[in-house]
Each structure stands twice: as C-alpha cells, then as structure tokens.
Design a binder for this molecule. Sequence first.
Ligand code: UD2
Length: 312
Amino acid sequence: MSSILVTGGAGFIGSHLVDALLERNEKVIVIDNLSMGDENNLPHDNNITFIKGDLSDSKLVNKLFSEYDINTIFHLGAVASVVASIENPSETHRTNMDGTLILLEAAKKYGVGRFIFASSAAIFGDEPTLPKSEESIIKPLTPYAIDKYGSEQYVIAYNRLYHLPTTVLRFFNVFGNRQNPSSPYSGVVSILTDKFKKIQNNEEDSFTLYGEGDQTRDFIHVKDVVKALILVMEREEAVGEIFNLGTGISTSLKQLIEIYERVTGLSLPIIEKEERSGDIKFSYTSIEKIKAIGYTPDYSLEEGLKVYWNNE
Ligand code: UD2
C-alpha cells in the first residue's frame, strides 16, 4: 500500500493533518527533526512511521523514497520562525529552501501522485493592497519569506518542467491547539489562550497588545487548513496552482480579544505597548480561487476559538 509523506508532521499543522489522514485509513510517514514539533503531538498508531531527521538531509530523504512507496507529499516542515531566519539565515535556508529542492528532486526521481507545499502570507510583506489575491504583488521582507517564495517558485517550476503534480497553499494566520505559545513571536491566538488559561486558574496575568489593536489578520482554524490540504490533494484542477488560504474575513486584534473574552467568559487585562517594529498592519485574503475548486471554511473565528478553548 502506498504512503503519504508529511514533512513537519509532528508540528502544529502537520500533526492535525496526520490525524485527518489516519482517519481516512491512510499510511503516513512523518519526517520531523523535532526542532519545533513534538512526538507527543502524534497518536500511537500502526499506520504511522515516524522518522526523526532533517528534511535537508538528502541521503535520508532518498533512503525514505527508496524504502517506501510514497505517493503523496505534504511538505509542511520548516523553521517556522521569522526571527530565527533573521538571526541565522544560512541555517534556516538549508531547511526552508534547500529542503524543498531536495524533496522535489526525490519526488521527480521516484515519481509521486501529488506534491503539496505549505507557503505563507509572509511572502506579501507590507505591500498594502487588500484583500490579497493570488495575483497580489509579492514583497518578501525576511529570509523566512524569501525562502517560502523561492520554494513556491521551485514547486511550480517542477510542474512546468517535469509535470510533477504540485500545488502551493499560502497559509494566513492559522490557530488551534498544539501551537506553541512560549515565545513572544508565537501566534497571537496561542498567546491569548495561554493567558486566558492562567486567568482561569486565578493566576495574575495580562496580555501585551502591541499598538492599539486596530491591526487586522485573517485567522483560520487549523482544521480548515487541513480540509484545504486534503481538498487540493483530491482535485485535479489544483495541480500547478497556487492558492491563498484564509477565511476571507478580516478581524482586528481588538475584535479577536472581545470574541475570545465572550468564548471564555473571562476578562483579560491588557497592557498597551508600542507597535512591534516590522509588524504588518492589515492583512486578509480573498479565497475566491480556492472556493472555485470546492473549498469553504467550516469554522467562524468564534467557533474555532470555542473548539480551541475546549481543546477539542
Ligand atoms: C505572522 C507570523 C510571522 C510572519 C508574519 C508574516 C506567526 C506566529 N507569525 O505574523 O512569523 O510569518 O505572519 O505575515 O505565525 N501581538 C500582540 N501581542 C502579542 C503577540 C502578537 O499584540 O503578544 C500582535 C502582533 O503585534 C501582530 C498581531 O498580534 O500585530 C498578530 O501577531 P502574530 O505574530 O500572531 O501574527 P503576524 O501575522 O504578525
């Protein structure tokens, strides 16, 4: 039986995808170096093979392809930290771009039915036109964003040059359980969740709001991301295409906090600080292109936050 390879499968989004694939009775191979992921994110299941290693290790990747009949690749593995990419651009480049090329070469050599790459809204930088679309101006501002954009271009070029059936999804602000809240650069929803949990336990805490809270984002629940990943795997029309993935709805940080207070029934003390330098002010995407191949998000922000809060 053929297998599905998930790079970064022990991470936040990857592990949710693995859950969904196992539910569909797929055989799943996870490669993850556990630099950001955690093996505890994966269930004990005979249909998972876990390999701890770097996706930039071309020997290891080629060994995987020679040992297993890999039919589909979800390439989600990356050093998913803009800050790390600024501090160590060469090191993160090895994973975030060379790793993509190594996987594409292996996919070309061994042949696969699908290759799906997780890109990021970061590629748009601070170019202000909204909503974003697949035709929007690209302005990657950090090594992380440059590597995501370079990887996208390789992924699409391998379709053009070698007819490898590739697809790119550009994730906007994904939230849900298993996202690490421990750094100030963690996703804002995971930080808020952590703060609300402390307040619930009668610990004193507050949320540092950078700016006045009028900045906007397109928050998408991780289960809706998984739904889109599986959809593009199944749809022939997705081959050779790039799709932006969000909800199509723009929410300010102030609104996010209000909705989350309603969901938790708790009130969160806020400390306002200066805007964070390098932050993007407004961001959201049109989802018309992915809707045209059958995608609709299942979760409103409020529903997604409920699910997250109740750890479902
Ligand atoms: C996301 C990515 C970032 C980069 C960027 C590119 C995450 C966690 N961050 O940043 O790495 O790819 O997109 O578009 O995926 N905020 C606070 N207080 C906090 C934390 C955040 O006020 O404690 C604000 C922050 O200043 C920003 C907003 O919340 O205005 C969202 O922050 P974020 O880091 O969750 O997401 P974003 O889109 O800035």
